[in-house]
Design a protein around this ligand. Sequence first.
Ligand code: F0G
Length: 440
Amino acid sequence: MTSPAQSVSAELVCFHPDCRARYPITAVLYNCARCGSLLEASYEGPAPDPAALRRQFRERRTSNAPLDQSGVWRYREMFPFLGDYGHVVTLREGNTPLLEAPEAARYGGLRALAFKHQGFNPTGSFKDNGMTCGVAQARRLGMKRVACVSTGNTSASLAAYAAAAGLEALIFLPHGNISFGKLAQALEYGAKTLQVEANFDQILALVRVLAQRLGIYLLNSVNPFRIEGQKSIMFELLDQRDWRVPDWVVLPGGNLGNVSAFGKGLREARAAGMIGRLPRLAVIQAEGSAPFYEFIRGGAGEFHPVANPETLATAIRIGDPVSWPKALHEIRESNGTVEKVSEQEIADAKAIIGRCGFGCEPASAATLAGIRKLTAARVIERGADVVAVLTGNLLKDPDYIYKYHTGKLQAPSGSAIASTFGNAPIVVPNDADRIAEMLK
Ligand code: F0G
């Protein structure tokens, strides 16, 4: 199958405004060879008719073609980098629901709140949206081995897509600091899994060296094709809202790839005439891993990484986020904001999201905790139209949940986290009378 957008030319372009060096779309490159900055995919060609495109996206929902059934590739005209769709491996990623959550809205100080729940993805996180694109590009380039460092979700996703595509996956994890559910996924999908005695930031430097030396394709979010795929989260969200733009999109921030993807996707949707304005982006970080928060609130002067990031929300335990320049651009372009939240605030917000009937993993709950702070500070108005993106599934980290509900959860500092909305299991005797008495 060939691309319907063959007239469009795609290139990799340096993100730095003073450089903008251009490279072929098939260059195996993660940073600009001239200045070292991040790269992004860039397209040139005739602008498609936005109304026709919106109609086509909607019609594809009724199609049985795998490409159309994917909640990523359905929007393929918005990231026409591939040329030949025969390289695509889809697990029907995306297709995640937009869920109204009155209980969470009340808790967050809002009249209404909807969650875009990326935990409904095939491997349980938003990483699948980007990984299907990254793996398609790996196949197009003829790569046999793919690698990533991960706080858990990227590795689960890479392992799954590599397995489905017949590629060898190499996964590097910070030993002892990822949840068991995510590690289990990588093992089950058959990835070669290396646990390194170092943190995420240190391992990323290591993996970059190894990828270069061994000719392995790197699929962390420095890979521009991961970012292209994650844009689809915004296209699907807008499609689900009949292209009505929310006032705010709130998401957790770790390595800052996702906010970079959302911002790029939204700007491109506006440039294509699909939407008339941008929503404001709000990035929420965990207090112990909040270098981007400190950077923005300090006036965006010099970026200072956090040497020893800490949080029980291990997915966002990142002190030196590679995509901060892109994230800064998107926060500025969207007139967005950054907030930080404590371990207690994350834990309580997470329990509330559970009470909505779906739940999420700890990093995702930073969104609701952040919304609560931002409405209290009147940055977000009570009547605002807000969508929060839940990035990972509740079952990713059951250990955290059990500890919270039984009053055993401790912050990295060792201090106890209160089981504010605790729901501990009750041990009962095998005796109908006594149980009936208790349940009266
Ligand atoms: N939420 C979840 C559940 C995540 O897994 C991640 C990142 C984030 C939020 C933050 O997204 O890095 O784009 O700002 N997890 C990566 C991983 C780092 O290795 O799985 P970001």
